[in-house]
Design a binder for this molecule. Structure first.
Ligand code: AMP
Ligand code: ZN
Length: 664
């Protein structure tokens, strides 16, 4: 077997194992064996870039960064669905249908997966692109991210049409969602609100490697195309399954609205046994011929109908209202409930949001309250059963002082939440801020976790993140569950963080509203903490994409003497408070305002290095060509369609060398 054949065989094998594992849920080899084969393929591909294939199983791990998602017009418009809530609604719908089509009508009943809709285009069995629904007419090209989702086949099996679109829902199974949140909480980060928002948010992440880490899935439900040779919706689902797509088996073909209602009733009570969330059922006229006769309204197909489940509600006793203090000092009131079964889980707590919410519903301790589970994992209180209010009940007095440190609370004008202003003395704020500082995307300190931070603070060993750098092994060893080895790792991990570049240090400081992206922008513009510290609000808002809210927050942060002192301490320990000389030397504005697309394989430089060069010189890397593209940097093996597109739009094509000459 020559190398090319070897690569091909490995790709086929891995594809089949991927299919067995993710679609059939029936793996035939161990994870270890799979990893070995994948590694083997990776090594071969690396040694032979001439056999690069963007649909190889190795491409699932991601790594490509998308700065701007290009807009793509859908070949077939993505409609919304009409909603129904009752037997009458469905019967009315059937009456309307029967006026427009002849003969018997069969229906396909499917689950309504609660996620983000996705349109996948396949050509010659290969995934060509993945586009979000957007406004239905056009959406965003999120191909790089969707490729990392294991249930999306990159290469189809069997007898598929030459070109077609297939639609589905990107979802996050509940178990994976809960696991992600556990990790976030351990890192001192805010948990995600619900699987649906998290799934749709994931599609727009810039770093596809980040998407690859999330356990997303794609469930398919509809095929669009010309001359497909499919005559019913149900048949379409079966075909898609044969081509390698994940099509849930719960779909059912029925002959009457009564049977539809049975399906609805069954899934309304059994939905909690599914590994993912659904928010209803979708009913579709089965015959595609009849579908065509029925057509569309301005908004939705006449041949389909969603049946939405009612949000589940129960009533229970509110035992006590307690208050939580977050990392930013924000206060969240929490309802502690008499445990009750709701939507498949036992609910003990519900969020009360803020003081206004409590006042509006007049929620009191001792009340019998209605608890509902809507789209959010955390249930909410939607009302009070006044008939059951105890006689001695008194209106809730919202707390005036911080439950953790006793400081008087503030409520900034225009904000719904109360805050504890004791920035440097309130334990959850102090601990939360240090937990943020050490977290993966910030200083990424190995050997130190969120719980240890809490211990260190509670033992009085540290009171802010600059104190970390003075910790010694001897101080740490006496802590609970600390062996000598782990104490050493902790101290070494902290020392290693002195190498973390300035932009991440800036993010790690935990200035309100200064997230990762803003930190990068500020670091690039000001180049050192000294310049940033003395910047005025006016000066700050003149920076591209920095608004007033961020500017004010930065100024406020550095107006605190305590914060300035902490920064000085960080400096004395050698933490990076300015852009490294090397980075500075490499940074120019030569490409300012230019949007550049990179495509193909390069000789003297990797694709990622090239992209970094563009950014370091002030340019923007864009993932696909549009009229806004300034240059296309073309390497070897660039697809001919990209070249044609660039030529049609009159976009200048640069070779690797031409590009390098341009910035040097
Ligand atoms: P809505 O967003 O409420 O208008 O509902 C329409 C959306 O439901 C579609 O855009 C799909 O993303 C989603 N959906 C989920 N499951 C299905 C399904 N089985 N068939 C059709 N659409 C579905
Ligand atoms: Zn406090």
């Amino acid at each position: 077997m020559n190398t090319k054949e070897k690569i091909q065989t490995l790709r086929d094998e891995l594809r089949q194992h991927n299919y067995n594992y993710y679609i059939l849920d029936d793996p035939t080899i161990s994870d270890y064996e799979f990893d070995m084969k994948l590694k083997e393929l990776q090594a071969l591909e690396e040694a032979h870039p001439e056999f690069f294939d963007s649909n190889s199983p190795t491409q699932r791990v991601g790594g490509e960064i998308t700065k701007n998602f290009n807009t793509v017009v859908h070949d077939f418009r993505m409609y919304s669905l009409d909603n129904s809530y009752s037997k009458e609604d469905l019967e009315d719908w059937e009456t309307r249908i029967k006026k427009l089509v002849d003969g018997e009508v069969q229906y396909t009943c499917e689950l309504k997966y609660d996620g983000a809709s996705m349109n996948l285009t396949y050509e010659n069995g290969k995934l060509l692109r993945a586009v979000t629904r957007g406004d239905g007419v056009q959406g965003d090209d999120v191909t790089t991210n969707v490729k990392t989702i294991n249930t999306v086949p990159l290469q189809l099996k069997g007898d598929y049409p030459e070109r077609f679109d297939i639609r589905g829902e990107i979802i996050l199974p509940i178990e994976g969602f809960l696991k992600m949140n556990e990790e976030r909480i351990a890192n001192g980060e805010e948990p995600y609100r619900n699987p649906r928002n998290t799934a749709s948010g994931s599609l727009k992440l810039q770093d596809s490697a980040e998407v690859a880490k999330r356990p997303l899935e794609c469930l398919l439900y509809s095929i669009k195309g010309n001359n497909l040779n499919i005559s019913t919706q149900y048949e379409g689902l079966e075909m898609a399954r044969q081509w390698g797509f994940k099509v849930p088996k719960e779909a059912k073909l029925v002959n009457s609205i009564d049977e539809v209602l049975e399906y609805v009733a069954y899934w309304d009570t059994h939905r909690h046994n599914l590994p993912y969330e659904i928010d209803g059922v979708v009913i579709k006229v089965n015959s595609l011929f009849q579908q065509e006769e029925l057509g569309f309204t301005a908004k939705a197909p006449r041949w389909a109908m969603a049946y939405k489940f009612k949000a589940e509600q129960v009533s229970t006793r509110l035992n006590e209202i307690t208050y939580q203090v977050g990392r930013t000092g924000a206060i969240t009131p929490v309802a502690n409930l008499e445990p009750v079964q709701l939507a498949g889980t036992i609910v003990k707590r519900a969020s009360l949001h803020n003081a206004d919410q409590i006042e509006k519903l007049d929620i009191r301790e001792g009340d019998e309250v209605y608890v509902e589970k809507g789209g959010e994992i955390i249930p909410k209180i939607v009302g009070v059963d006044l008939s059951k209010r105890p006689e001695n009940s008194k209106p809730t007095q919202y707390i005036t002082h911080c439950p953790e440190c006793g400081t008087e609370l503030l409520r900034p004008e225009g904000e719904a939440k109360h805050y504890c202003p004791n920035y440097n003395g309130c334990p959850p704020q102090v601990i939360g801020r240090i937990q943020h500082y050490i977290s993966r995307k910030a200083m990424d300190i190995e050997g130190l976790g969120g719980e240890t931070v809490a211990l260190l603070v509670n033992e009085g060993l540290i009171s802010n993140y600059s104190d970390l750098y003075e910790l010694t092994v001897d101080q740490v060893i006496p802590l609970e569950r600390m062996a000598e080895k782990s104490a050493e790792n902790l101290v070494n991990g902290i020392a290693a963080s002195k190498q973390i570049p300035f932009e991440r240090v800036l993010f790690a400081l935990g200035i309100r509203y200064v997230g990762e992206t803003v930190a990068k922008k500020l670091a690039r513009h000001y180049k050192s903490i000294d310049a940033l510290m003395y910047a005025s609000t006016l000066d700050l808002v003149s920076v591209d994409e920095i608004g007033e809210r961020i500017a004010e927050s930065v100024v406020e942060f550095f107006s605190s003497e305590e914060n300035k002192l902490i920064v000085e301490r960080l400096r004395s320990f050698g933490v990076q408070l300015e852009i490294s000389a090397e980075k500075l030397a490499n940074q120019t504005d030569k490409l300012k305002g230019l949007s550049i697309v990179v495509s193909g394989v390069f000789e003297t430089i990797s694709r990622n290095e090239l992209k970094k060069l563009i950014e370091d010189n002030g340019g923007k890397v864009s993932s696909s060509i549009s009229s806004k593209t300034s240059y296309l940097v073309a390497g070897d093996k660039m697809g001919p369609s990209k070249r044609t597109k660039a030529e049609n739009l009159n976009i200048q094509i640069l070779s690797e060398q031409e590009f390098l000459d341009m910035i040097r």
